[in-house]
Design a binder for this molecule. Structure first.
Ligand code: SF4
Length: 682
């Protein structure tokens, strides 16, 4: 519209959706356009990128603060709303201590905003700060940090384009990271790289694969241990790498002596010959890269799944060289950065443990206050303690009422809180449980930096003016920090650049970076203070842990939390190309809703026939936790015994069905394995 164009201008910024980090800008006429950037070098973007502007001037945008009075929201001046937040949180902290508050940070907001957010929590005296990386790759980060010393892509997208073999596990990059798939993986495949796809569904990624292992959800360790056994049996280990760069080889081989390839493959629901073929293709390639997604991480055995993947990479010497490594594909445009800057309960900026006195001192030197020394609550554990140990929540740009598992129980928990404040763009499902709502800024109205999936820190720039009385997120947070912490200058920043400079002083991974230095392109972490540039391939001479060697670790399978009774099916949830997370943004895009307006339940023809279900029939899906209705999509692209839907919609609300059992190490939920019954409605 004309009024929209008056408030809009073309400035190169980063797409607000997935972790690829495509460069986009305002195209006029209420639309965004891709423009050549560090990642999408051709300027190409996916439908979400094109539609990114649809939410910016959307009529549903929150434009005034809301405070709850007598059960209803009324608009209020900023002063009233912020004073109420400060008064309520201060009272709760006075009565119950700072650990009675949980801070939900945002993997969809900038590094500077997340840095300030975790600084508020820690200066108040709690490490109870987390972000939705908890729900996607916390298990990957836990396993990789423990073994290699860094929980991030070991390699770069550019060098993966040159690999000889891609082992894509529990991910569907053709739909979820489409620009990576088109610009980096397809060129590798065209050059002769073998693509092995491990996933219970046949997706667009499978279409490009040479080998597809349609693993049973929850049985990845049996599969990966069988592949490792093939590597050992057929003499495909990299002996010099084992000798120079690993420990624990004898223990691992002794453990795998007990593994049987046939029975492992059988448990995983795949043919033993396909397991052998995949293991040979991976181990015999000169360079082979693992690309891992939430099919691996979102299990009660998620951390162990990734340990088993790391064994494969280390056994075959596929770490520390271009075209190799273990590479998690991150889901949100700043989920990597939110962790990098310390929006996690167990680590400070730069993944320095809160238990490390030197790390705490470095932060204290900057803040004048030492952060607490005990890890805080993860968001998945905190929601279980709502109303008990946890009395208040500060929710910044997240929508846990839709994205956390066992949603009815989480929503009931929110109602047990004494106080909840949400900073967001729209009246999300989480806003239903809030006492105060603060209208924040969209991607197109802010400046700062974000860090993409291959560790590139890039600049965001405003393309539009704020609607109504909405405020920039950084201004809201610094205002809250001043009011809550009461230390006059700790939150006085002259814009995002000043925050970034402080962040670079306390985060050793960002120490050599400068805001100006990423003005035109990007800088990649780790970028030590004394280096000329960031580091592309990790673990080349030594591991990021500082050690010459990384351990091989025996991994044993454990059953999924939900036992599957006779006649039940396994629900696995995931994403669709056109939508993003809770759908709070993308369901408001007319463009994307025209492309995919409703969800469907994918079900195999045999399972459908056994239940008298035909394509398009409405079905009832029920678990111990809840039930939803959804149209069935009968397709042979999903393995028998498994059904799939996304978690992007409020109806069906997929997380009404999922369980809240957690991985014991990373506290990630098991979104990929819920026992359900499916029947025709009516
Ligand atoms: Fe690029 Fe991801 Fe945005 Fe699509 S959603 S345009 S792939 S950053």
């Amino acid at each position: 519209s004309d009024s929209q164009d008056q408030n809009s201008r073309a400035e190169q910024t980063v797409c607000p959706y997935c972790g690829v980090g495509c460069t986009i800008e305002y195209a006029g006429n209420g639309k965004a356009t891709g423009t050549a950037g560090p990642v999408n070098t051709s300027g190409e973007v996916c439908p979400k990128g094109v539609a990114a502007f649809d939410v910016v001037a959307h009529e549903d945008r929150l434009t005034e603060p809301l405070v709850r009075e007598g059960g209803h929201f009324v608009t209020a001046p900023w002063e009233t709303a912020l004073s109420r937040v400060a008064a309520e949180l201060s009272e709760i902290i006075d009565q119950h201590g700072p650990d009675a508050v949980e801070f939900f940070a945002s993997s969809n907001c900038t590094n500077e905003e997340n840095y300030v957010f975790q600084k508020i929590a820690r200066m108040l005296g709690t490490n109870n700060v987390d972000n939705c990386a908890r729900l996607c790759h916390s298990s990957t980060v836990a396993a990789m940090s423990e073994r290699l010393g860094a929980g991030a892509m070991t390699n770069t997208l550019d060098d993966l384009a040159e690999t000889d073999c891609l082992l894509v596990t529990g991910a569907n990059p053709a739909e979820q990271h489409p620009v990576i798939f088109r610009s980096y993986f397809l060129p590798a495949i065209r050059n002769g790289a073998t693509l092995i796809h491990i996933d219970p569904r046949e997706t667009d990624t499978t279409d490009a694969a040479d080998i597809h292992l349609d693993v049973r959800p929850g049985y990845d360790i049996q599969l990966l241990n069988s592949m490792a056994k093939v590597v050992l049996e057929e003499g495909l280990v990299d002996e010099s790498f084992i000798k120079e760069r690993t420990t624990g080889y004898t223990d691992l081989t002794a453990h795998l002596d007990d593994a049987d390839i046939e029975s492992g493959a059988d448990a995983a629901g795949v043919a033993p010959e396909s397991v052998r073929e995949a293991a040979r293709a991976y181990a015999e390639a000169d360079t082979a890269a693992i690309v891992t997604g939430m099919g691996m991480s979102q299990h009660t055995s998620g951390t162990d799944n990734v340990h088993a993947l790391l064994n494969l990479a280390l056994l075959t010497g596929n770490v520390g060289r271009p075209g190799t490594g273990v590479n998690p594909l991150r889901g949100q445009n700043n989920v990597q950065g939110a962790g990098d800057v310390g929006a996690l309960p167990n680590v400070l900026p730069g993944y320095e443990p809160v238990t490390d006195p030197e790390a705490r001192q470095r932060v204290a030197d900057e803040w004048g206050v030492e952060p607490p020394n005990e890890p805080g609550l993860t968001e998945t554990t905190a929601t279980h303690q709502f109303g008990d140990a946890v009395k208040a929540a500060v929710v910044f740009g997240e929508n846990p009422a839709v994205t956390e598992p066992n949603a009815s129980s989480v929503r009931a928990g929110f109602d047990e809180l004494d106080f909840c404040v949400v900073i967001d763009l729209f009246e999300t499902a989480t806003v239903d449980h809030a006492d105060v709502v603060l209208p924040g800024s969209s991607w197109a109205e802010k400046a700062g930096t974000v860090t993409n999936t291959d560790r590139r820190v890039m600049r965001m720039r405003p393309n539009a003016d704020l609607p109504g009385n909405a405020r920039r997120d950084l201004d809201i947070l610094t205002d809250l920090g001043r009011r809550l912490v009461g230390q006059s200058d700790a939150f006085d920043y002259d814009g995002p650049e000043a925050v970034f400079e402080e962040l670079a002083r306390v985060n050793p991974l960002y120490a050599g970076m400068s805001y100006d230095g990423i003005s035109d392109s990007y800088q990649r972490w780790p970028f030590p203070a004394d280096a000329d540039s960031g580091t592309d391939v990790l673990h080349t001479e030594t591991f990021a842990s500082g050690e010459q060697t990384a351990p091989l670790v025996p991994v044993s399978p454990s059953p999924p939390a939900d036992a599957v009774a006779e006649k039940q099916l396994v629900l696995t949830t995931g994403r669709a190309l056109q939508h993003f997370n809770s759908g709070a943004l993308t369901r408001r895009s007319e463009t994307l809703m025209r492309m995919r307006g409703e969800d469907v339940l994918e079900i195999h023809p045999d399972d459908a026939a056994a239940r008298n279900i035909e394509d398009g029939d409405t079905v009832v899906v029920e678990s111990e936790r809840g039930s939803v209705t959804v149209p069935a999509a009968v397709t042979a692209a999903i393995r028998p015994g498994v059904v799939f839907c996304t978690f992007h919609y409020l109806d069906p609300l997929a997380n009404a069905l999922t369980g809240d059992a957690l991985d014991p190490v990373a506290e990630i939920p098991e979104y990929k394995h819920s026992a359900v019954t499916v029947r025709k409605a009516g």
